[in-house]
Design a protein around this ligand. Structure first.
Ligand SMILES: *Cc1c(COP(=O)(O)O)cnc(C)c1O
Length: 400
């Protein structure tokens, strides 16, 4: 009989390994937030790593909607949607998002992570295939595992590769799943070409638009609208409420029958408590602001251009990106950490993103902009990057 392995010993060894690789992950506690400023360990830092792209997370109308609804309806969702937890605030939000994206139906779920699990689990099973971009979000990978389907990955942003993978897996149903905006790179998926590949292979296109919604396209309708896919294909779309919309939760939007099927059968929807109705009310207020206030997107675009011009002037090579996600690849983990620490010492919070979130040797600073940043704050970040390079052995830093 082999001897039972002790979990405690295994965990301790793993922790040591991660520490040696500069890969140990720790949490920082935010004591207070004020727009793009956060108080951490007794110091106020300028936050350049959040996902509050439109500056809606602390908007008074969003906060008021939450407070009003909680005062009337209480806090908890009370039950799952199919038992007695489905509330008029949930329904109103679903209708608003369907109208916004110009699709027949939308379904509210607990989070983007849960929504991805729900979509693939409800649609695919043994004998089916899910074809995915290599840089897709971890939740899509986990979703294919939960579904029990085959998972085949193609090279990043490569529609030919997607087509090859679909052709290599005939028989059974197929979903082609991609991030709309890649969360750690900030670039856009080639949605038109992917839609054609999916169409040719009778696969459903599923676009996880966690980082595109609110930010891209007319009225902030996201990367599908920006790619003008509407007439080409009707993909299933994921809208998350926790990023540009400043709240929590997620919505899957698309055709009537697909959405109805998810609502009735997706385990991560059926077997969980409904989102607090007050959060849905807050999200409704945020969606209305995001649709109406174009200046937030214009502001964001101006800040993106400003950051890229400033970085280029100092010889920094940001990854090509037209979104608020502006990564600076550092290479190894220790270098990315050192840069992040140097910036923090100067008052800027920019997280170092390391494997397995990004591929080996591609550790980076993931700079994230918000419409709530001021021009001077972006300029100051660029200056701080340049100063950090001067201090941190220039040869080891991000490419100049
Ligand atoms: C953040 C994110 C998710 C998960 O959404 P949550 O609502 O935070 O659970 C899913 N996909 C992508 C691409 C994301 O960036």
């Amino acid at each position: 009989m082999p001897e039972r392995e002790r979990l405690g010993a295994r965990i301790a060894a793993q922790r040591e390994r991660l520490r040696a690789q500069s890969r140990l992950r720790t949490r920082r506690t935010v004591a207070r937030r004020d727009g793009v400023r956060a108080e951490v360990d007794g110091r106020w830092l300028l936050n350049f790593c959040g996902n509050d792209y439109l500056g809606l997370a602390q908007h008074f109308q969003v906060g008021n909607a939450l407070q009003d609804a909680a005062a009337r309806e209480g806090v908890g969702g009370g039950a799952s949607h199919l038992v007695c937890g489905h509330h008029a605030h949930h329904a109103a939000l679903e209708r608003e998002v369907a109208d916004w994206l110009q699709v027949p139906r939308a379904l509210l779920l607990g989070s983007g992570y849960a929504a991805n699990l729900a979509v693939l689990q409800a649609l695919l099973g043994e004998g089916d295939v899910c074809v995915q971009d290599r840089l897709n979000h971890a939740s899509l990978i986990d979703a294919a595992r939960l579904a029990g389907c085959r998972l085949r990955r193609y090279p990043h942003a490569d529609p030919e590769g997607a087509l090859r993978q679909l052709r290599a897996a005939p028989g059974g149903a197929a979903v082609l799943a991609t991030d709309g905006v890649f969360s750690m790179d900030g670039d856009l998926a080639p949605l038109r070409a992917l839609a054609l590949a999916a169409h040719a292979q009778h696969a459903l296109l599923y676009v996880d638009d966690a980082h595109g919604i609110g930010v891209l396209g007319p009225e902030g309708r996201g990367s599908v609208a920006a790619a003008r896919l509407d007439r080409l294909a009707r993909p299933l779309q994921l809208v998350t409420l926790g990023k540009a919309l400043g709240g929590y939760g997620a919505i899957v939007a698309g055709d009537e029958d697909l959405i109805e099927h998810l609502a009735g059968t997706a385990r991560p929807y059926v077997y969980t408590t409904a989102l607090p109705p007050a959060l849905a009310a807050a999200a409704l207020a945020a969606v209305r602001l995001a649709r109406r206030e174009h200046w937030r997107r214009e502001r964001l675009q101006a800040l993106i251009a400003r950051l890229r011009a400033g970085a280029a002037r100092h010889g920094f090579d940001l990854l090509p990106s037209e979104t608020p996600i502006q990564p600076l690849v550092c290479g190894d983990d220790a270098t990315a950490l050192a840069w992040s620490q140097a910036l923090e010492a100067a008052g800027f919070w920019v997280a170092a993103i390391r494997p397995p979130t990004v591929p080996e040797g591609r550790a980076r600073l993931r700079i994230a902009l918000s419409a709530a940043h001021a021009d001077a704050e972006v300029d100051a970040l660029v200056e701080a990057l340049a100063a950090a390079r001067d201090r941190l052995a220039p040869a080891a830093g991000p490419r100049a």
